[in-house]
Write a protein that binds this ligand. Structure first.
Ligand code: XIL
Length: 384
């Protein structure tokens, strides 16, 4: 009887409870205003232009915070598990994967008609404790292949799109092609990237395979090098028809100078390779802004609007996924990203009480002003 109510059933519940004179059964739910509850969500603004909007979510919060759950359902067409699908979570016991946590999110999504991005098969962080040793064993490639094969197969027909490899670039490591010196590079060599996509392609030939990375949005030599490295990865994968899209994380920083021309050029270069582009982990770091909330929220919104207008102007860009939806749950409060003054970050479109912020308006307005996409399915398949 007290199973997690859907947005609709909860409203009906409230009505019923009110009629019975016990409306304060759900005192914490009076956060969003009526306008917010009954107006269109960001997904609707996006969809009108053939674009998508969604958010990274955490299963625990979906289960325990109804106001959050309702916000996600109202605003998002897509969701992405923040960490639950990472190898370190599903693969704690070697040879006995446990998908209970990501399954909860995927089941939730499908029950409510949302789509899910698979994030992520191969990442250098959040990996099982046993993996380092295992990858050095003679049968090491099996561990790698089996993980990807099993993960993609487990979600066959439920997840259409995968971040197969995440964050493979890091020039600091001094490796050829700017590749990060991850455990995968060390044990399998640079071919681990193509290998991952080959396994994923075979496991689900209909799935959209994406390469996801950060640090390619800004001017300057460091990011320019990362852009070249990313283009090289995409080009190599395209040669074997192993990739369909790229995810640009776009953890932007409101204190950093944005150069529209540089970003536009990069988007065009990616589009010319025949891949679709997703702004895959959008949020606005506000650590360089003053503490006053009103001023900060305005500055974050203005910055985001300028950035998103450029991003959405490129036809190959399919839409925006933000890395969280409410300031109550943002990774930007984790170290080393948190503000030095201890004030909570205001990086996301909803505040801690699930009320819309100026950043919500910036996103809605960017979608409203984006050029119409000429395809009804926002996923662009590669030209064979
Ligand atoms: C982050 C989560 O948001 C954090 O809670 C966790 O501590 C670390 O991982 N790029 C990615 C995401 O691709 O998987 C990361 O998620 C954020 C950066």
């Amino acid at each position: 009887m007290f199973a997690a109510p859907t947005a609709l059933s909860r409203r009906m519940w409230l009505k019923g409870a009110g009629a019975l004179g016990c409306a304060d059964l759900f005192p914490k739910l009076a956060s969003a205003t009526e306008t917010e509850i009954f107006s269109e969500g960001l997904k609707d603004h996006a969809a009108r232009k053939g674009l998508i909007y969604g958010s990274a979510v955490e299963g625990l919060h979906l289960r325990t915070n109804l106001a959050y759950q309702e916000t996600v359902l109202r605003e998002c067409g897509w969701i992405v598990p923040t960490y639950e699908m990472k190898w370190g979570v599903t693969g704690q016991v070697r040879g006995n994967s446990n998908y209970a946590r990501p399954d909860f999110i995927v089941d939730f999504a499908l029950r409510h008609g949302l789509k899910v991005r698979g994030h992520t098969a191969i990442w250098y962080l959040n990996i099982p404790k046993w993996l380092g040793e295992a990858l050095h064993e003679p049968e090491k490639p099996d561990v790698f292949d089996t993980h990807i094969q099993e993960l993609v197969t487990h979600y066959h027909n439920r997840i259409r799109e995968w971040d197969v490899v995440n964050e493979a670039i890091d020039f600091k490591d001094g490796q050829p092609h700017g590749l990060r010196n991850s455990i995968f590079l060390q044990t399998l060599g640079p071919d681990y990237i193509a290998r991952a996509y080959r396994v994923a392609r075979e496991a689900d030939p209909a799935a959209i395979l994406v390469y996801n990375d950060f640090g390619v949005e800004y001017p300057g030599a460091r990011q320019e090098a990362r852009r070249r490295a990313m283009l090289e990865i995409v080009q190599n994968l395209r040669r074997e028809n192993l990739i369909d899209g790229v995810g640009l994380q776009c953890h932007v920083n409101a204190g950093q100078r944005f150069d529209a021309a540089v970003f536009r050029k990069f988007l065009k270069e990616l589009a010319d390779l025949g891949v679709s582009i997703l702004i895959s982990e959008f949020d606005v770091n506000d650590t360089q802004l003053g503490p006053d909330i009103e001023t900060r929220d305005q500055a974050v919104a203005t910055y985001a609007k300028d950035f998103l207008d450029v991003a959405l102007d490129e036809q190959a860009v399919r839409g925006v996924i933000s890395w969280g939806i409410s300031d109550k749950y943002t990774w930007l409060n984790e170290q080393p990203f948190a503000r030095k003054d201890g004030a909570p970050s205001r990086a996301l479109p909803f505040d801690e009480a699930m009320r819309r912020k100026p950043l919500w308006n910036a996103l809605a307005s960017a979608f409203d002003h984006a050029p119409q996409r000429d395809h009804s399915d926002p996923i662009i398949r590669p030209v064979k």
